[in-house]
Design a protein around this ligand. Sequence first.
Ligand code: FE2
Ligand code: FE2
Length: 469
Amino acid sequence: MSINYSERIPNNVDLANDRTLQRALEHWQPRFLDWWKEMGPRDSAAADVYLRTAIGVDAEGWASYGAVKMPDYRWGIFLAEPVADRTIGFGDHFGEPVWQQVPGELRSQFRRIIVTQGDTEPASVEQQQRLGLTCPSLYDLRNLFQVNVEEGRHLWAMVYLLHAHFGRDGREEAEELLCRHSGDVDKPRILGTFNEPISDWLSFFMFTYFTDRDGKFQLKSLAESGFDPLARTCRFMLTEEAHHMFVGETGIGRVVKRTLEVMKEIGSDDPARVRAQGAVDLPTIQRYMNFWFTSSLDLFGSEVSSNAASSFANGVKGRPDETQYEDHICGDASYELETPQGRETVSLRNAMNEVMRGSYIKDCELGMKRWNMAIQRAGHDFKLTLPSARFRRSIGAWVNVPTDPSGQAVSREEYERRMPEWIPSESDRAFVHSLMQRVIEPGKMAGWIAPPDRGINNLPVDYEYVKLN
Ligand SMILES: [Fe+2]
Ligand SMILES: [Fe+2]
């Protein structure tokens, strides 16, 4: 099979003249398409979807809009423009020129990090596979599909690095990325959150708000990497990732808005009465947040980690926005941690996961403020809050330490008994599922969500973003 490379696979890595890369892709690309057919969005192959496609890295090229059938989407390979004379910005190699090839002694460390990032991309497509069948509007359906094709492209981005820089091992890892599946008993995805089912749209918005935001911080720290092709790849991915978090933030905002409208109509905040009107009561929204936020916190790893220390020391992975710090070496700096045993002082390099988790939590708070403002303006004293980072953790110092969402220690018995008040219970999930009815008339919204403020790319909200055919 021959592929017209620049046509089919938009890229800025000179694919047309790279025989080795072509050969690797000729093998992998048909398998990717099989995977997409089997694990990608259900019943979507014939639909014309108004999507943006990256065909270049400049302001015009990165978002080219038009109606596309998803199996024909042009998944491309892009690295952000190189920075002239870039040097390593942190760790023991601080100030040395960045690497264009992987240093031999760091090969397995880089491979593991690229595979772990790469694994999350197809995982989320698998998690979201059935959501299209219950979309609240064509606008939302289009956004779901946009996120899906871009996660597909992010997989391509990581596969490119594996093919171009890791030889045979890299090709094998690229195959494996299509063999593990989200939630699979025998071959699950690597990270826990990416094996959690996303079976309703409230979960989807929570996932794009909280879990894609973890992605943002991982990409930001890899964008600092001393391995320049990885840094440039991640820098470009961040431009796309921003849209995924927009979907989450505006999605949750629109659910809250609709709930407030219903509360006003019925003059009550009684969850049962709000539900009877077909909206999601605020305490249920809070429980969904508790679930997805705590699950996403685990993705940053243990508070104290020698792996994180060596990634930083070796120039593999920096801190998000490394330039905001003064000390980029952190050779003898220390960090104060709260552990179940009390305060502990550890070396800053060992605490890099915790530093990153801290930046992430701050970023999560911005949306909370906006939603709470809307709730306050509507005259209610209910406040959505992020649970404590000690609550419901499955990784790190707080594993097996039962606390309530505010981080206060409680007995194991209370912890288990009250969990259904804190994260979605069976009946919460059943209720949210009961709201998930497909709405596909242009401009119409399901009753549990307010319309968006504006459409995509200056088009009206009632534009037919997806022609289902
Ligand atoms: Fe992604
Ligand atoms: Fe994403």
